[in-house]
Design a protein around this ligand. Sequence first.
Ligand code: UD1
Ligand code: CA
Length: 453
Amino acid sequence: MNRTCLAVILAAGDSTRMKSSISKVLHPIAGLPMIAHVMTAVQAAGMQDAVLVVGRDAENVTKAGSLAGMQVSAVLQTERRGTGHAVLTARDVIANGYDDVLVTYGDVPLVKPETFLAARRRRAEGADVVVIGFKAENPFGYGRLLVENGELAAIREEKDASEEERRVTRCNSGLMVINGVRALEWLEKIGNSNAKGEYYLTDIVEIARAHGGRVVAIDAPEEELAGCNTRAELAALEASWQKRRRHELMLSGVSMVAPETVFLAHDTVLHPDVLIEPNVVFGPGVTVETGAVIHAFSHLEGAHVAAGATVGPFARLRPGAVLGEDAKVGNFCEVKKAEIGAGAKVNHLTYIGDAFVGAGTNIGAGTITCNYDGVNKHETRIGQNAFIGSNSALVAPVTIGDGAYVASGSVITENVPGDALAFGRARQEVKPERAKAVRERALALKAARKADR
Ligand code: UD1
Ligand code: CA
């Protein structure tokens, strides 16, 4: 949109009901602070300038709300004197002059960029104030939108509303776009003679109209406008976000057998034709490429899974796990900071950490890369098409060459050259007839004891 727009994000609430030591807007949804969700949507709606109105944790809120490619500043509202007062705290930034000023809340994190854009479009079409409203399931506590002849005449707060006004179910989300040229003029006129003794931003509706402004309301889905006051609401927002994101991913070609049991992070990337089985958790930083399968009960974080690879069931990929095409990491395996080459298999009960496993290599059940000496981490390098026998301990730093073979049960402390066979265990001895002799001696002892009694 070819208009300048400043976003003013109100985030000075004291978060009392969260019972938290940090500002509520710092609490994460899908692993990303709430405030960052708001800023991402604001940026996606084409706004380059934003000002955060903060109360507590100013520094951390500003940090969490600062995105690359966006001019974000913060102003401190030391006293909570209402939403109108909060917006005016950003007076100096608003005075820079913008076509439009968007006001939104730091604790309303699920608003879609399209909703901001829809409001901005109405403003571009000539409305001076565009209020984003919604049809409330239960309107109690919200400001009511009072409409006359298709125009928004006023917003009445619960405490100031008449019996009849309270019956209105179309409510104010608190989000609005204001004519940036006239914003300060109107904001300055807001007073505080109301039930709460606060400066209500909502009064701008009547003020703008009284001064020749045109005011409209548009509607958005209630679930997009849900706010966060308690931990229970935080959990509901998380659930709502998860549901929405799973749906988007499924529509983009990802299969989920039981979507309600899959937990995504804000930045999870799943390509089309990926299959996610039930009960899979994605921490931040995961990409899964096409055709890969994540079997049930797996946990992935900071991992890259290439096309056709399979993970789990019951696998854990920790940060730095990189699986090549068609690689396999099976049940009860943990991979950390390690590359598993194309077609390599790590199928059962194994820990691979700080390692490189070449293409086509097979890692036997129970293999452990002993990467930690109690002080430092060391690397294990395994070449291509090697074979590591079951229950081997590879004591890093150690290198195993291409095509090498490690006998099962080995403790490998020295490098193994390519195509070599290495044993790191006691040699087997076989004593003919010895088992029988031992057994007969034991039986004789038992008989003698019985005779003694
Ligand atoms: C406000 C609206 C109401 C709307 C509701 C939607 C007003 C007067 N009322 O009511 O019409 O239905 O939101 O949730 O605007 N904040 C500050 N500084 C302040 C006051 C508030 O930063 O001095 C921030 C809060 O942190 C919050 C937002 O502004 O993010 C809304 O404040 P809140 O007190 O929740 O407003 P409501 O009274 O619920
Ligand atoms: Ca509120």
